[in-house]
Design a protein around this ligand. Structure first.
Ligand SMILES: Cc1ncc(COP(=O)(O)O)c(C=O)c1O
Length: 394
């Protein structure tokens, strides 16, 4: 009777893990070190909150402009120019959305039922929500052991694909694709006329002087980039993001879809978003503060996990706030596929450490775990590593 594809949409396993952990805590009083969610531990900076109240007091409480307010679009154009080196974008190429997630949904909707290629591991929300909801035929291209790209495999799968879902800085590996890699990937898409959905949610979270390179900088026409305020400005709950396309006709379609689904984004939220970008001195201050803390945590967690014998560490991640090590060494070989899938995750839950198991990110990285350090402070990281050490030595 109902849309069949909805039956296959699942609650994000990351949310399910959080619910499980909450339940255990409430029932037994057990405390957990929480490495599972990509939430921001910081509060939204005061200058952004103030801008929202100002907009409300000024009466920006009516139905919003379809596709986004010009004030925010102009701020976005400036940001694209200053931060992304993306020039000549006009307001008609931008659609303001309810967070990055609505941006992704609107773009993927254009490719309903089509073959979509993605590097693997792939962010769980794509797999659990969008693939079934949009009936996408998703083809995973596994990274090599060092998380580099297998171009032969990529080319083979792009030949009959409609879209490449591309994410840099990458969730869950923390990989930041280099300009050279991105140029090669875009060239292959161009060769076969494949569209690119470029998910740049973590564009401002890069370390060791590595800078985010947006595919939008390249000449190829068939690129749609999705950005969000969530991670850059600790605005996860505001649900503010945007799509930038090179093709104005596509932007019109997206705008219409956006408008009919949600009737647009509250204007006062958009004004706060504009202030987030345009108040350069405050912006610089808060991003610096977030990044200093993230870098300390990244180093501490990487060192800590590296000190556990048997954990196979990836190269040190250069972006986002995740580390994705391999725990294969600890998984007994006689277990069934289903039991081995959750083996390490369960062991760590018993020890009071919540992570996300590798199979949430596709079919190739079963024995890996994703650690997020976005909400754990240094003491919690130290304690978490100690608990893991103990659990794995038993
Ligand atoms: C890879 C990736 N893309 C997009 C998003 C979307 O974030 P939001 O909907 O909060 O803007 C997230 C959030 O965790 C993410 O990890």
């Amino acid at each position: 009777m109902f849309n069949e594809s909805l039956k296959n949409v699942r609650l994000s396993p990351i949310v399910a893990i959080s619910e499980e952990v909450n339940k255990i805590s409430t029932q037994t009083g057990k405390d957990f070190i929480l490495f599972q969610r990509g939430e921001m531990g910081f509060s939204t900076p005061a200058y952004i909150v103030d801008a929202m109240f100002k907009a409300l007091n000024e009466g920006h409480t009516k139905y919003p402009v379809s596709g986004g307010h010009i004030k925010l679009k102009n701020a976005i154009i400036q940001k694209l120019n200053d931060f992304n080196n993306v020039r000549n974008v006009v307001p008609e190429q931008i659609v303001v959305t309810h967070g990055g997630q609505e941006g992704l949904e609107l773009v993927l909707k254009l490719f309903e039922g089509k073959k979509v290629v993605s590097f693997s591991p792939v962010w769980s929300v794509i797999l659990e929500n969008y693939v079934p909801f949009m009936n996408l035929n998703l083809c995973e291209i596994p990274f090599e052991d060092d998380f580099s790209v297998n171009y032969d495999l990529l080319e083979k799968e792009l030949k009959d694909a409609s879209l490449l879902y591309f994410n840099t800085p990458h969730n869950p590996t923390g990989k930041v694709f280099s300009e050279e890699e991105i140029k090669k990937i875009v060239a292959l898409c161009e060769k076969y006329g494949v569209f690119i959905l470029s998910d740049e949610a973590y564009e401002r979270i890069t370390f060791d002087d590595k800078k985010h390179f947006s595919p939008m900088q390249l000449d190829y026409e068939k690129i749609l980039s999705v950005f969000t305020f969530s991670k850059t400005y600790a605005m996860t709950g505001w649900r503010l993001g945007y799509i930038v396309t090179k093709d104005k006709e596509i932007a019109k379609m997206l705008r219409l879809a956006e408008y009919t689904q949600t009737a647009g984004i509250p204007t006062f939220t958009q004004f706060a978003g504009a202030e987030a970008i345009l108040n350069k001195s405050e912006e610089e201050k808060v991003i610096k503060e977030f990044m200093l803390e993230f870098d300390l945590r990244r180093k501490k967690l990487y060192e800590g996990l590296s000190s556990i014998e048997g954990v196979k560490m990836p190269v040190k991640p250069e972006g986002a706030f995740y580390i994705f090590p391999d725990f294969s060494e600890f998984v007994p070989s006689n277990l069934s596929k289903e039991d081995s899938r959750l083996y390490i995750h369960k062991k760590l839950i018993d020890a009071g450490v919540a992570t996300v198991y590798g199979s949430c990110f596709g079919k190739y990285f079963q024995n890996f775990l994703r650690f997020s350090y976005s909400t754990t402070n240094i003491e919690q990281i130290t304690e978490g590593v100690e608990r893991i050490k103990k659990a794995l030595s038993n």
